[in-house]
Design a protein around this ligand. Structure first.
Ligand SMILES: C[S@@+](CC[C@H](N)C(=O)[O-])C[C@H]1O[C@@H](n2cnc3c(N)ncnc32)[C@H](O)[C@@H]1O
Length: 205
């Protein structure tokens, strides 16, 4: 994939280019990311006991969020990402997790209600409203009960704002409207702020 894809009008092509490009660098931080995620995952475990549950993580990247969840003892954990380079790194870093190279806007390889919990860590803020809705539809369809979004809540640190500008993400609209978007899709929703402008959005079908 060439640099031309960074300027593509197709948001999927642009995102895949960016994430394929950064995958080897992202993978170097996988261990520290996983350690950083462990505090949020403990908060999640207070709300939903993960032990014995089946979990699907979409936009799994190098697998750090899935690996942090895996420490809580789910009965099964799988991850999907549409960047082939991210999936390659994830498989290398976390051979204990089953990863798939898949666009999460079409999870037709999984049946309805096939996982107890479906998660996405730092995926939703990166895509525009129409794609957030497609992702939520699919996450809700394959989930038996819970959809969990680990993402921006509250004040975004300056260094992150620069990265989001380069990624051309939708994080400003995400922060303004995402709670309402969730409420339109789920019977119950909850927001749990954590460290460094991140936190959990927990939605129940
Ligand atoms: C910012 S990274 C987050 C990675 C990981 N979840 C984490 O928290 O470290 C966003 C990831 O979402 C993936 N992604 C974005 N849209 C996707 C889609 N429609 N289907 C599958 N993966 C997607 C990207 O390829 C990228 O790996």
């Amino acid at each position: 994939m060439s640099i031309i894809h960074y300027f593509s009008k197709d948001p999927d092509k642009r995102a895949r280019f960016i994430f394929n490009f950064i995958a080897p660098y992202y993978a170097k931080f996988d261990k520290s990311l996983q350690e950083g995620f462990e505090a949020s995952v403990k908060e999640l475990d207070k709300e939903i006991i993960i032990a014995g549950k089946t979990v699907l993580d979409i936009g799994t990247g190098t697998g750090a969020w899935g690996a942090a969840i895996n420490k809580l003892g789910p009965s099964e954990i799988e991850g999907v990402d549409f960047s082939e380079k991210m999936i390659k790194q994830a498989k290398k870093n976390h051979p204990e997790i089953n990863f798939h190279h898949t666009n999460a806007e079409d999870l037709s390889e999984f049946k309805e209600n096939s996982f107890d919990v479906v998660t996405a860590s730092f995926v939703m803020h990166g895509v525009k409203k129409d794609k957030r809705q497609n992702l939520l539809n699919e996450m809700k369809r394959v989930s038996r009960k819970y959809v969990v979004l680990h993402d921006f809540i509250g004040k975004t640190p300056f260094s992150i704002k620069i990265l989001e500008f380069l990624e051309r993400s939708d994080y400003k609209n995400f922060k303004k409207y995402f709670c309402d978007e969730l409420k339109e899709n789920f019977s119950s929703t909850k927001k749990i702020p954590a460290r460094y402008g991140s936190g959990l959005y927990i939605a129940e079908k």
